[in-house]
Ligand binder design. Structure first.
Ligand SMILES: Cc1cc2nc3c(=O)[nH]c(=O)nc-3n(C[C@H](O)[C@H](O)[C@H](O)COP(=O)(O)O)c2cc1C
Length: 462
């Protein structure tokens, strides 16, 4: 078969994947209001596992129990105590029933990219330093422009009057500040959810004991997630979130041992890995995700990130997952085309001493197979393409590539997330409603059917 390389088994740490196609971590926010899992969450991943993905990496699940975790405005899944375990465990079992492996992505919080919790509305999110962020529309790509235009007819009209994204990109600081004030005012009134995603509050600086508590919690949650049945854990350290904020001079201006030199800025991450390995031993899968480049002035460069990857790998990582950018550069975070992040794969592999690398932003079987064959990545990850078509791997394997529903790169998914809406897709109407499609549901999983049949035949014998 033309794309055989995609369907070769691949070993990561102590886990064998049946193929080299992974679903990238994506927060679809199908959790309930308390961050517990839901039937929709189970069905969402069941569909992708049934569609042939060898590995599912879950959306980022927050382990920080405090109102300053900064994630509540997006309402992601939580794993803050044992009450969350049974739902998370059921999810892992459900994915296994369809023959896929599953790694859970764990996060200590959103830091300056977060907001105060409804539990303590006057308590800001806590970050390495009290430095807010602002999304700069000059960093938008075509996908982002499309979604901004759809937000409100007046935004669309304002963009037309200005000459579109191309004109915004040419603005100097003063022109952009004026434009930003105008758009912010409009969004604040008409689309407060989106406004909060575009503008950070001033965060509070984390105390030393809060930092060490989070290191301990990440280690403990990892051990517990493995106990509940996950095949591995991925540390959520890209995209300008809390761990990344420590890594970057742009967001970390601390004067204690967690700020200053690169070693100091990497200390939070390195301590998390070290403490985790002490709890789980050397063999279980522990990966981490990094933005190949923050792509912002004074942000982490690719050169620095390679050094960080080296330090992290030395503490015992099993693989490196690649990404790019941060909230302030959303175009980089979700590129328009495909293959934009392959450039980081070989550098991260070398910096990590040869660990497996996983790269997202793939859409076609041809480019995916070439990326693996040329050594740019070991595993391809599909993000938005896996939203558009849960059966991408099965269709490629069956030679039915023409039937693949292609992602439109319209970013409706992400903007729904940031506007706090039920997450949907422009090209796949089943997204968000998988729970109503019984053929995707748990009872139809092959191993579940076997278990039920066995039980029924025992009953017949009574
Ligand atoms: C709706 C949505 C939610 C996302 N949530 C996460 C997340 O929870 N953790 C993470 O590391 N990346 C997250 N990402 C980034 C994706 O994993 C991926 O890197 C990005 O979409 C680019 O890959 P793609 O071009 O294949 O979509 C998210 C992306 C989207 C579109």
């Amino acid at each position: 078969m033309e794309y055989d390389v995609l369907f070769e088994p691949f070993t990561v740490g102590d886990v064998e994947l049946k193929n080299r196609i992974a679903m990238a971590p994506m927060n679809m926010v199908y959790s309930d209001p308390e961050g517990f899992n839901s039937e929709q969450w189970l069905a969402w991943y069941a569909a992708r596992a049934r569609g042939g993905f060898g590995l599912i990496i879950t959306d980022c699940v927050v382990v920080n129990p405090h109102p300053w975790r900064g994630s509540d405005h997006l309402n992601p899944h939580l794993f803050i105590d044992e009450r969350y375990g049974r739902g998370l465990g059921l999810m892992a079992d459900n994915i296994h029933d369809f023959g896929a492996k599953v790694f859970i992505q764990l996060s200590p919080g959103f830091g300056r990219q977060g907001h105060a919790s409804h539990l303590a509305p006057n308590e800001p999110s806590a970050a390495p330093s009290a430095i807010p962020y602002r999304v700069d529309m000059r960093n938008f790509n075509d996908g982002w422009e499309k979604t901004q235009r759809r937000l409100d007819p007046r935004v669309n009209a304002a963009l037309d009057a200005l000459g579109g994204l191309a004109a915004i990109r040419k603005m100097d600081e003063k022109q952009y500040d004026d434009f930003d004030a105008l758009i912010s005012d409009l969004l604040k009134r008409e689309d407060p959810g989106m406004y909060r995603s575009m503008k950070g509050d001033v965060p509070r600086e984390m105390t030393h004991s809060e930092i060490t508590e989070m290191e301990d919690r990440m280690a403990f949650a990892t051990r517990e997630a493995l106990r509940y049945g996950y095949d591995g854990v991925e540390i959520h350290s890209p995209h300008g979130y809390l761990i990344h904020q420590f890594l970057s001079k742009r967001s970390n201006q601390r004067v204690d041992e967690y700020g200053g030199t690169l070693e100091n800025r990497a200390r939070f991450l390195v301590n998390i890995i070290r403490k985790t390995r002490q709890l789980i031993g050397p063999d279980r899968v522990l990966g981490a995700r990094f933005s190949g480049d923050e792509m912002m002035p004074n942000g982490v460069t690719n050169r620095e990130m390679q050094d960080i990857v080296g330090m992290a790998a030395a503490e015992g990582l099993s693989y490196i997952s690649v990404s790019q950018g941060c909230y302030e550069n959303p175009g980089a975070f979700t590129p328009d085309g495909e293959g934009d992040m392959l450039k980081y794969g070989p550098g991260f592999k070398e910096a990590s001493g040869g660990l497996p690398v996983f790269v997202p932003n793939m859409m076609t079987a041809k480019a995916s197979a070439e990326a693996i064959a040329s050594g740019q990545t070991d595993v391809v990850m599909l993000g938005r393409q896996a939203i558009a078509d849960p059966y991408w791997p099965a269709k490629v394997q069956a030679g039915r590539e023409k039937d693949i529903v292609r992602c439109a790169r319209c970013n409706t998914c992400l903007v729904n997330l940031f506007e706090h809406k039920w997450l949907a897709c422009e090209v796949n109407p089943t997204v968000g409603f998988e729970r109503y499609l019984p053929e995707l549901w748990r009872i139809n999983a092959p191993s579940m059917q076997k278990r039920v049949k066995k039980f029924m035949s025992k009953m017949e014998g009574l």
